[in-house]
Design a protein around this ligand. Sequence first.
Ligand code: URA
Length: 247
Amino acid sequence: MGEKQRLDKLLSSQGTWSRSDVKKLIGKGKVSVNHEPITKADHKVDSEKDIIAVDGREIVCKQYIYLLMDKPSGVVCAVSDKTDKTVIDIIPEQYQRKGLFPVGRLDKDTEGLLIITNDGDFAHKVTSPKTNLYKTYQAVIDSSISEEDIQAFENGIVFKDGTKCRKAFLRQLDNNNNPLVEVRICEGMFHQVKKMLLTRGKKVLHLKRTAIGGLTLDGSLNKRKFAEIDYLAINDILFDNLYEIHC
Ligand code: URA
């Protein structure tokens, strides 16, 4: 059971309403706890146990939240942006709250699996190369790969500025006019997949992230654009058997 706290404080911490908005909503009888309308802003609630609703819509109140998104192309991986729509802008209203940010970055034109959270420690664990958590991408490229390309990825691609990438995996999935390849990396440098392939003379025409560790686009989202996942489940899928899977 979680700690009890004031209803107005809890609701205003979710990012959608100010404390005075919440007081007004309560005054109008629009807030219920366990299906009973509440009249007092200082009513004490347990966010993990009580069912809290505003205007009949249940509010997901948790300290930390873990959201999975199938990021569309054309949306930027940032919290705010002057010109473009961000991944935070397209989160459904009931999950909107202060402090949400994308875990790692996908380019504006990259699609696929993205985690969004307000849990900084968790995000650090997912993105740190030391965790050895491999991210899987599918790339449509402009020419076929060779055994030497595969070996170069395993040996560690070196960029023009001398930066050496960690061991990565490249394999061909399909060889149509534009070959489809799979790339697995455990880092998140800027444009990393595109740059790694470019060092081997391959231009990326389309890029999609299909998995983060054991968390897959098909398995976790199953054609949905958006889903919430709880802390235990996401940790289990991401980090369990990490070393068996990837080494
Ligand atoms: N590598 C890239 O080049 N782009 C991405 O969006 C993600 C990884």
